[in-house]
Design a binder for this molecule. Structure first.
Ligand SMILES: Cc1ncc(COP(=O)(O)O)c(C=O)c1O
Length: 388
């Protein structure tokens, strides 16, 4: 069988050998749970988790206590909605604002709140002629969801300016950044952006599935929304609880308990340790070797010569998405797949941007650090034959 040309990095990245060997080594030689044992092996796992957390913190310019491990971006985005909507000060008459760049995972959890009447007002940020967020028309809102890079159009948004503008209209706005695609191609600086929350998935940056990052700026401002082992320091009577370190004291008729400090307070249950072991290695690899976007430019230049192809992304994007006159995206993708070229097709969990462009789906080419120009040339030749 011919070699597969994997041009679907934006869906999930292939894994560097160093990530695979780190995880295998952890599983074979160093495995134990974290935060629960007193033996040397458990202590080594605690150190590994702390190192990985520190690496993520450095990667996004945060403090390690602000870095929470989740199972992925979708988990993080849902948790944010659950955190915010369960705070005592939360009001269902709040306004949230989204944009048509959003992935389903960023917007549907908020629309679900709308559906059950736990929030009443949704605004949609306007897009300009390039389908970038129109910053000067950002509405006044209580919660703002910012997709830092669309998974269809691949253009980096000016997150700092978007957030500053939203804060100009409401100093108390809570801002949530979905950096799932942005993180692959660009440096993140949560301090500069001044966002309240940010998420991304490990698997898109070469780490394993099942691990993600949730950044929370003000970890003490919120009650946790997920409860269980590891996130309380004591379950005791009130007098003892008051002497404990930690954050919030909860009381009910049976016992009273004190939450741990961040990040533990946000990490109930056993962490995805193997994936965490690989995560910091993946970040090292990504920073050494980002995907070569000249491949995308080459594809753009070649495909724009074909009359039947309409490219919907721009030449300087990190992603190339297109439609073919008279052919369904699924058929294009299936024919490419039959020729051993893997791409993503359909609405890509980003229905709104397709709808805004008057189409139901598209074909997406995306690259990782493993892709070569030679592979891209072969893939383009195959597309030319398919659409001929
Ligand atoms: C922009 C964006 N947000 C969120 C997600 C959801 O990521 P995950 O499926 O890893 O939770 C994706 C995945 O495609 C994405 O591209």
């Amino acid at each position: 069988m011919n070699k597969i040309i994997y041009l679907d990095a934006a869906a999930s990245a292939l894994k560097p050998k160093s990530v695979v060997s780190t995880e295998a080594d952890f599983l074979q030689n160093s495995y134990a749970n974290s935060g629960r044992g007193v033996c040397a092996r458990s202590a080594a796992v605690d150190d590994m988790v702390a190192r990985s957390r520190q690496r993520v913190a450095d990667f996004i310019n945060a403090d390690p206590t602000q870095v929470i491990f989740t199972s992925g971006a979708t988990d993080g985005l849902n948790r944010i909605v659950n955190i915010l909507s369960s705070q005592p000060w939360y009001s269902s008459s709040s306004v949230f604002a989204v944009s048509d760049l959003d992935h389903h995972s960023a917007r549907i959890p908020w629309e679900a709140l709308l559906h059950i009447g736990k929030i009443r007002h949704m605004r949609v940020c306007e897009l300009d002629d390039n389908y970038d967020i129109k910053i000067d028309t950002i509405p006044k809102t209580d919660f703002l969801i910012v997709t830092a890079m669309s998974n269809v159009l691949g253009r980096a948004q000016d997150v700092e300016k978007i957030i500053a503008t939203a804060r100009g209209k409401n100093p108390n706005v809570i801002t949530i950044v979905d950096a799932s695609q942005y993180v692959v191609h660009n440096k993140i600086d949560v301090k500069k952006w001044d966002c309240d929350f940010l998420v991304f998935s490990g698997h898109k940056i070469g780490a394993d599935t099942g691990v993600g990052v949730l950044y929370i700026r003000d970890t003490n401002k919120y009650f946790p929304e997920k409860f269980g082992g590891g996130m309380v320091v004591s379950v005791a009577d009130m007098a003892r609880a008051k002497e404990s370190r930690g954050g919030w004291i909860y009381q009910n008729c049976n016992s009273c308990w004190v939450t741990a400090d961040a990040p533990d307070k946000w990490e109930a249950g056993t962490l995805p340790l193997t994936q965490i072991a690989g995560l910091h290695v993946a970040i090292d690899e990504l920073e050494k070797n980002r995907p070569d976007l000249n491949l995308i430019k080459y594809a753009y230049d070649e495909l724009s010569k074909i009359e039947k192809i309409k490219i919907i992304s721009s030449r300087d994007s990190a992603i190339l998405s297109f439609v073919v006159d008279g052919m369904h995206p699924l058929d294009v993708g299936a024919m490419m797949g039959a020729n051993n070229v893997c791409v993503r097709v359909g609405n890509m969990c980003a229905s709104w941007i397709h709808r805004a462009m008057g189409i139901s789906g598209s074909v997406r080419i995306s690259v990782g650090a493993w892709n070569t120009m030679d592979e891209m040339k072969q893939a383009i030749d195959i597309i030319k034959k398919i659409v001929k």
